[in-house]
Design a protein. Structure first.
Length: 557
């Protein structure tokens, strides 16, 4: 397939009213050459207009838009146009002068190799986006992460590693046998670090996914891939939680044990690559540990969720995806919450809870009585009403076929109440009426100063129905049990990320950053006031970016 003819006028300066200045481009999008390999894809009628998008003010293609059915070509679910970009964004509104630093957001942004299109949102090759705020100005950049999986796909023009749902096709039986061996050793698993990005206490910035080998160090200024983050311990295992708890003083994560169902709770110090075991939790139900995409902590405890949606060794081996991918729903195995003391590794509570499905914990804290004794742990999460269908809804075909029907399954802020008095059961209830946020709830953040502590506010994506994906930015007030919602028709916002104002004393004194993929193919970075939840500024990208998952903040030194 031919690469698109590429306008020669790249790397030029244009006026800020044209949405960017001093833009640096490299290879051009789908059907584009990336280094040696060519990622060729069927030509999109809009590709011919790419140079316009890159060099002019917001470009809408009204007649073309009408011709395209539904949201088939929503930019949120379309591979990123080009491998990298950097430029200053024209800003409407005012960026607070105190906002000084870099927001990084990671996510799967390229969903094809050659002519082959991936099927699931989580399969895409990682696209890292950077928003640098300084003196009221906003410089944006994006770049593909150079994982082995991405480089091999570019070089060979085919999928070479096992992604979330995609499996490379073995050329013959012998290579299939080899492939099985590779699976057991982990060699065939992807290192496509497409899920999150964290800043460690020592300043290193690491992109992550659920395979341990997919821990990749990047330069937050240039977005260069610096190399693998190699864990120097011998704890082994192939997978870990995609969301470690990272503070200036520690890195905590969970390593699921698929052979002897359970989890290792491990800790790593800043400056070190060695994880040390705090303790182990044995599963109480099921043939395998529950999927732990994330987990919460309090000041003194690590909470280990045992979700009835469990890893499945047979599904890991399959060539074709099953409805729940590498997982299986085992309601008979029940759901549990375990509480481990961070200092001793002892389990202080292990309770059965109602069935649940969650990917993202919001926060947790210790509830105390009037004498200051801890009586319970409260853990909040984005809970999908114990329904796994959200995984299927996140298939690209479903995301790309929105025709106005309301197909997003309901979700809520699930609040676990875990008593520490030896009770055998814990509770799970909605922390507020889910109607407040349109019964959509995922992709959450809090003020990081409240991590593990009693808190009042959470930011997340909710729903304005009908929709097929969370389409609002939502501020949840857990005290008043109310929500404020930001919504723009047809827009797909990414996870709202809270940055506190230096010196703030109120929990919600700061800004919320999100990136918006618009219906017309455009996109912008959005700043909302953390308290009023009103827009304070937006910076328009030269073209819309695909949806992204999780981010982190790197303050200016
Ligand atoms: C690559 C392999 C795996 C990878 C797992 C990955 C990449 C998991 C990523 C999970 C994510 C991004 C979950 C996000 C959830 C967001 C939701 C529910 C949003 C809802 C909106 O309404 C394993 C499967 C671990 C195994 C082998 C290989
Ligand atoms: Fe996540």
């Amino acid at each position: 397939m031919a690469s698109l003819a590429f306008s020669a006028s790249i790397g030029r300066s244009i006026s800020p009213s044209n949405a960017m200045v001093s833009d640096k481009f490299e290879s051009r999008r789908e059907g584009f050459s990336l280094g040696k390999g060519t990622f060729a894809r069927k030509r999109d009628p809009r590709d011919s207009m790419v140079p316009k998008v890159a060099t002019q003010a917001p470009t809408v293609f009204p007649s073309l838009e009408k011709e395209l059915a539904g949201d088939r070509n929503h930019v949120a679910w379309t591979s990123v146009r080009q491998e990298r970009y950097e430029g200053e964004l024209a800003v409407q509104g005012e960026i607070p002068l105190w906002l000084s630093g870099t927001y990084l957001r990671n996510g799967p942004g390229m969903w094809h190799v050659g002519d082959y299109n991936f099927r699931h949102l989580f399969d895409g090759y990682a696209t890292l986006v950077r928003l640098h705020f300084e003196n009221g100005r906003l410089i944006a950049a994006h770049r593909q992460i150079e994982s082995e999986a991405y480089k091999a796909a570019k070089k060979n023009n085919k999928l070479c590693y096992r992604e979330f749902s995609e499996v490379p096709k073995p050329d013959n039986f012998l290579s299939y046998v080899g492939e099985l061996a590779n699976l057991f050793s982990g060699a065939s698993l992807t290192d496509n670090a497409n899920t999150g990005v964290v800043k460690l206490g020592d300043g290193r910035v690491v992109c992550l996914t659920e395979t341990q080998k997919g821990s990749i160090v990047v330069d937050p200024n240039t977005l260069d891939t610096l190399g693998k983050f190699e864990y120097s311990d011998s704890l082994g295992g192939l997978i870990h939680s995609a969301h470690p708890i990272v503070t200036d003083t520690e890195f905590l994560t969970l390593l699921p044990d698929l052979f002897r169902p359970g989890y290792l709770v491990v800790r790593m110090e800043p400056g070190s690559n060695e994880r040390k075991v705090i303790g182990r939790v044995d599963c109480r139900g099921g043939p395998a540990p529950g999927w732990v995409h994330s987990f919460p902590v309090t000041e003194h405890y690590v909470i280990v969720p045992e979700m009835p949606l469990r890893y499945c060794a047979q599904n890991l081996l399959r060539a074709e995806p099953t409805p729940l991918y590498k997982f299986e729903w085992h309601p008979e195995s029940k759901g549990f919450m375990h509480v481990m003391c961070k200092a001793s590794g002892k389990i202080v509570a292990s309770v059965e809870v109602p069935l649940f499905v969650t990917f993202h914990f919001i926060n947790a804290y210790e509830e105390k009585d009037e004498d200051g004794r801890v009586t319970a742990v409260i853990a909040d999460c984005c809970e999908h009403n114990a329904d796994t269908t959200i995984l299927e809804k996140l298939r690209l075909q479903n995301l790309r076929s929105f025709m106005g029907e309301d197909v997003l399954p309901d979700a809520r802020v699930g609040r676990f109440i875990i008593p520490l008095d030896g009770s055998r059961h814990g509770k799970l209830e909605a922390a507020l009426d889910p109607e407040e946020h349109g019964k959509g709830m995922d992709m959450c953040s809090i003020n990081p100063a409240y991590l593990g502590k009693k808190y009042r506010y959470a930011y997340a994506c909710g729903a304005q129905r009908p929709c097929n994906f969370p389409n609002t930015l939502t501020k949840i007030d857990l005290l008043e049990k109310k929500a404020k919602n930001w919504y723009e028709e047809g827009a797909v916002p990414s996870e709202p990320f809270f940055v506190a104002r230096p010196g703030a004393t109120e929990e919600d004194d700061g800004v919320v950053i999100s990136m918006i993929s618009e219906k017309n193919g455009d996109g912008y970075a959005l700043l909302l006031d953390g308290s009023t939840f009103e827009e304070i500024a937006r910076g328009k990208f030269p073209y819309g970016l695909p949806y992204g998952l999780h981010g982190c903040w790197v303050p200016k030194k």
